[in-house]
Design a protein around this ligand. Structure first.
Ligand code: AMP
Ligand code: MG
Length: 402
């Protein structure tokens, strides 16, 4: 029997991240950066005004009238040199003229007139004391040339796209999205659009698992449902091979059930290991390869499949996708009631409530591994470490936030 960590490490050691590709910046939200991004120049690149007002010499400020010798809109490159007793009208974002070192906001002057198109006054008066650098965004205050701005392995966020654009990077080197084939299995499964009949259930795992796979940034190739016979399993797996996927994920059909053909088929053209993992739910886990494509067989029970995905498949897809592993944060909260375990590393479905400023967790409904309601209502998975059989109410515990 493997510990959860051993099983995970054994799986992860078999994977390398996908190749990289260069794509236009507009397509980069949610993609995984494949290189460190370095600033080629300082930002801002030039000292500029953070206010609409008058660029002045701070030494000149306090109860004065200055001659306005220039007008500097944003986007221009001022040639004027501000001398003692002089000022220039300046707009937010406009480059500071030489000689000036502070900006007096227009509303602090006698020219509090901000209508578009107004020409600059001949003189400007104000009483405020200004210090060196007031209302000036100095060159390099955001970042310096040579700074590493975004690290490889980062999942790009909208703000990062803004950052990349600011740096003038219009094409970005990212990892290719992992391609994952997904298969359900079992003669009892019927399509979600078909009415239920005695003995049948809807295939729910494929919807849940496809969405989970996509939540990691990977793409899903839905193989459908393999029936409990050799030909059906072979047919679906051949689709995965044809699609040249990076990973095949299946649910169900790998236990000791007499109708579980998946293992026979895979072993005929690859190998499949059946692991007992010291966890609950999700103790049986199948890992191997079919025609050189890695294969992970999750349990069929929906809750077990979910937990197995979070514990084994999510980190695998993060690694495949070139991400820094561990995007689901683990946080510490308090047990709201007593939790029991059989001593295996347990993943219980819990809801988080805020009580007197502290996050407290309670179980969601019946915790059996076939009960989708418990997982649907859960905010988090509570982890009870191996060897612990009872967590008393009030104890600090670790959860994975979903
Ligand atoms: P098995 O591993 O085939 O013995 O399946 C274990 C349990 O999971 C059985 O109760 C199955 O009916 C159920 N199950 C298997 N596949 C799915 C699926 N795709 N959606 C919902 N339940 C499933
Ligand atoms: Mg089955």
């Amino acid at each position: 029997m493997y510990s959860v960590q051993e099983a995970r490490e054994r799986i992860l050691s078999q994977f390398q991240s996908t190749e990289t590709e260069s794509i236009p910046l507009v397509q980069c939200d949610g993609r995984v950066l494949a290189v460190d991004v370095t600033a080629e120049h300082d930002l801002p690149l030039f000292d500029n005004s953070s206010m609409d007002g008058f660029a002045i010499r701070a030494e000149d400020s306090g109860k004065v009238t200055l001659n306005v010798v220039a007008d500097i809109p944003a986007g221009t490159n001022p040639q004027v040199n501000i001398k003692p007793g002089e000022a220039a009208r300046i707009m937010t974002g406009a480059q500071m003229p030489k000689g000036a070192n502070a900006v007096i906001p227009v509303e602090d002057t006698d020219f509090d007139y901000q209508k578009a198109g107004t020409t600059a006054p001949k003189t400007v008066s104000f009483t405020k004391e200004m210090k060196f650098g007031y209302n000036v965004r100095a060159r390099g205050t955001d970042l310096h040339a040579g700074d590493i701005v975004l690290k490889k392995g980062r999942v790009l966020k909208p703000q990062d796209l803004g950052m990349l654009a600011t740096l003038g990077i219009g094409n970005v080197q990212v990892h290719k999205k992992p391609q994952v084939a997904l298969m359900s299995s079992g003669d009892e499964l019927i399509d979600v659009h078909e009415p239920l009949q005695a003995g049948k259930i809807h295939d729910s795992n494929s919807f849940m698992l496809a969405a989970l796979i996509e939540s990691t940034g990977a793409e899903v190739i839905r193989l459908g449902v393999a029936r409990d016979n050799r030909e059906s399993v072979e047919e679906l797996l051949s689709k995965a091979i044809g699609a040249d996927v990076d990973l095949i994920v299946s649910s169900a059909g790998v236990s000791v059930g007499a109708f579980d053909f998946i293992k026979d088929v895979i072993q005929s053209k690859g190998n499949l290991n059946f692991w007992k993992v010291n966890m609950r739910p999700g103790k049986p886990l199948a890992f191997g390869e079919y025609m050189s494509k890695p294969f992970i067989g999750l349990p069929g029970n929906p809750v077990s499949a979910f937990v197995g995905f979070e514990v084994f498949v999510r980190p695998t897809l993060e690694k495949l996708g070139g991400q820094i592993i561990g995007n689901r944060p683990k946080v510490h909260v308090r047990a709201g009631e007593e939790f029991k375990s059989d001593g295996r590393e347990s993943y219980l479905r819990v809801k988080i409530r805020e009580e007197n400023g502290i996050q407290v967790v309670y179980p969601t409904g019946h915790q059996g591994s076939g009960n989708l309601l418990s997982i649907s209502q859960a905010d988090a998975l509570l982890i009870i470490p191996a060897g612990v059989k009872c967590v008393p109410a009030g104890q600090e515990v670790e959860v994975i936030k979903l």
